[in-house]
Design a protein around this ligand. Structure first.
Ligand SMILES: C[S@@+](CC[C@H](N)C(=O)[O-])C[C@H]1O[C@@H](n2cnc3c(N)ncnc32)[C@H](O)[C@@H]1O
Length: 282
């Protein structure tokens, strides 16, 4: 349908690698009580705005008997997910006009999607495709914590690159975050749009590579996820002079990995706070 998101807002690897970490099995215990879904039931789950598919991939592991369908309107995301994630039916389509019949799912779920879609359409379409008694789960990113490693501080070269670019209006142009709501407004919106027994909860995920609780593979994946995020942001501005900055960014992350491997701590951290709303279709 289009590649607007993947080419201008967040790239495939930015979303896939960061979400793969946040939805790692070690964190399932945080989501399990908030989702409150029977892990042994042969239910039908629909993920809305699935991006490159990391949450759908986790759902497939966490709910092994479920049939999972996932939809996004970005063709690059669906193409990546279809090639790399088996066992999920990935489809291109619009969340505001879901290509599914009334009452066809037991659960709908989305992660960081609500704020981009007009609320009556976002909630209304999920209400329509859920069966009576079905569960809607809406995951919404809240303000977390970020602290950069000393060796990853923005260099003068990067600063010069960003300052040389025209004012960035990507978010306004594509309506990114246009319908964002507070922690109070969001559950109220869910109720006003027809869901009952609405509950809220928070999953806090700490990604600190130097924390000894994380094995090396996971710590290095955290560093790589940050690297790919930075690289895709640079590429997304489609500037001719990006190559030198890309080389500089790669050198910084190579250094970060070297320090990690030598046990020289940097204590950079990223703590995400995900609000989980749960509502029932009457
Ligand atoms: C912040 S990204 C989150 C992607 C994914 N849920 C994740 O966590 O990696 C928002 C996603 O919503 C999708 N999206 C936005 N509006 C949409 C719509 N009307 N229909 C389907 N997908 C939409 C975008 O293409 C993008 O993949």
């Amino acid at each position: 349908m289009n590649n607007i998101w993947s080419e201008n807002v967040q790239g495939v690897m930015t979303l896939y690698l960061s979400r793969k970490l946040r939805f790692d099995d070690v964190f399932f215990e945080r989501y399990r009580p908030l989702f409150d879904i029977d892990e042994n039931a042969a239910i039908k789950i629909l993920e809305i705005g699935c991006g490159p598919g990391a949450l759908a991939e986790a759902l497939r592991r966490w709910y092994p008997r479920a049939r999972i369908t996932a939809i996004d309107r970005d063709s690059n995301f669906i193409s990546f997910a279809s090639k790399n994630i088996p066992g999920v039916d990935f489809r291109e389509g619009d969340a505001a006009k879901l290509p599914f019949g009334d009452g066809s799912f037991d659960v709908t779920i989305s992660n960081t999607v609500q704020e981009h879609i007009e609320p009556a359409a976002f909630w209304g379409e999920q209400l329509r495709v859920l069966r009576p008694g079905g569960v809607c789960l809406c995951l919404s990113a809240r303000k977390g914590l970020r602290c950069t490693a000393p060796c990853l501080e923005t260099t003068a070269e990067e600063r010069g690159f960003w300052e040389s670019l025209p004012q960035d209006d990507t978010f306004e142009r594509y309506g990114v975050g246009k319908f964002a709501m507070s922690e109070a407004a969001l559950p109220a919106s869910m109720e006003a749009n027809g869901f009952s027994r609405v509950t809220t909860g928070y999953a806090i995920i700490d990604l600190t590579p130097d924390a000894p609780k994380y094995p090396a593979k996971m710590a290095e994946a955290m560093i790589e996820a940050e690297r790919q995020n930075d690289l895709e942001v640079i590429r997304s501005v489609h500037a001719d002079c990006a190559e030198k900055v890309i080389a500089a960014v790669n050198a910084k992350y190579d250094e970060r990995l070297r320090l990690y491997r030598e046990g020289v701590r940097q204590w950079d951290t990223s703590v995400s706070v995900t609000m989980v709303l749960r509502g029932i279709k009457k």
